[in-house]
Design a protein around this ligand. Structure first.
Ligand code: AMP
Ligand code: MG
Length: 333
């Protein structure tokens, strides 16, 4: 009988980094922290290694992967950067911004779901960049969780979801931002399109480009998602049913049963055993984003029959990113 495989969690020592970079260079999978969420990385130029990502996550092949690089020069080796891309890269890289651009021939079809475009990002996380540098490869890395479930922001989250399907997890503490990167489609630099909201705001991008940025129409029907196949309506979802309200009002709070959890954005004035929140202070959307996925995971532990969550107010980039994830977490199966 073979024992159930179980992932090993590595501390970020130089020795472990060198070892994990070797695993990547040899076509293996490594889960590692980025500033957004934890990613499940593989050599982006190795089709077999990238296929293993899809297998481990149970991710459908029509949901393309983001390729992570350690420099703009390396981005040039997988994507064709236009002037608009260079402009935003100069300002927002390294950081939580992914650009969709025409791809180069060396990027395997499995990475881009057969599209002529590739999504590329230069992350700011030192450990992740070190893995790219030491492995000598661009790394394809979607979030390190089973497809469709709440994204992981700690090594323990990765272990919970993929501990039996992968062997290597690099522990870099909790991911600072906590929600996935902003995705900007620059295939046509005259018509930039925001595919996913994240920490980099649409306004800041519009200012740098000197152009209006169109919002990708949402929700994307699963069957006709050719523009950006992964932007499915339902995603980031706990098993516990979750419904959204604009604001949790006193009437709604009174109506909730003892098994119904109430998830506020900001700590409410009156709290009870079923009251939870994402941020202590008002308008602390960075805190709300940082705590969102961890909170959804703890609320999904079987204690609660239902989660009532409220939306973040205002138009802050991270408030919009939190709302985008909440909406998709609440979308019907
Ligand atoms: P993630 O779920 O964080 O791995 O983000 C990957 C998402 O980026 C996909 O689900 C797509 O929406 C988008 N994406 C990745 N590659 C491409 C591409 N070549 N063209 C358009 N969108 C892409
Ligand atoms: Mg994901």
């Amino acid at each position: 009988m073979t024992a159930t495989p179980s992932a090993k969690i590595y501390r970020p020592t130089p020795r472990n980094l060198a070892r994990l970079a070797r695993v990547l260079a040899e076509g293996g999978l490594v889960a590692a922290p980025t500033e957004t969420v934890y990613g499940l990385a593989a050599d982006a130029l190795n089709a077999k290694a990238c296929r293993a990502i899809f297998r481990a996550k149970g991710r459908p092949a029509n949901d393309p992967l983001i390729v992570h690089v350690a420099s703009v020069e390396q981005a040039d080796t997988v994507a064709v950067l236009n002037d608009a891309a260079r402009k935003v890269a100069k300002l927002f890289w390294p950081g939580p911004l992914t650009l969709v651009l025409p791809k180069r021939d060396n990027v395997p079809d499995i990475v881009t779901s057969g599209l002529p475009s590739v999504a590329v990002r230069l992350p700011s996380h030192q450990l992740f960049r070190e893995l790219i540098r030491l492995s000598g490869r661009p790394l394809a890395a979607p979030s390190a969780n089973p497809f469709g479930y709440v994204s992981p922001t700690t090594a323990a989250h990765v272990f919970d979801g993929l501990g039996k399907r992968i062997n290597h997890i690099l522990d870099g503490g909790s991911a600072k931002i906590g929600v996935e990167s902003t995705i900007l489609d620059l295939r046509d630099p005259k018509h930039p399109v925001l595919l996913r909201p994240g920490a980099v705001s649409r306004e800041a991008l519009a200012r740098v480009l000197g152009r209006k940025i169109t919002l990708h129409r949402r929700p994307v029907p699963a069957a006709s998602a050719a523009v950006s196949p992964g932007l499915l309506e339902r995603h980031y979802s706990p098993r516990t049913p979750l419904t959204l309200v604009k604001k949790l009002t006193p009437a709604l709070i009174r109506k909730a049963t003892a098994r119904e959890a109430l998830l506020f954005i900001q700590k409410p004035a009156v709290t009870g055993p079923n009251t939870f929140w994402l941020a202590e202070a008002p308008n602390a959307f960075d805190q709300a984003a940082h705590n969102l996925f961890d909170r959804l995971r703890t609320l999904d532990n079987g204690t609660w029959s239902h989660i009532h969550a409220e939306l973040a107010p205002g138009a802050d980039a991270l408030a919009l990113a939190v709302n985008d994830r909440l909406r998709r977490a609440a979308a019907k199966r």
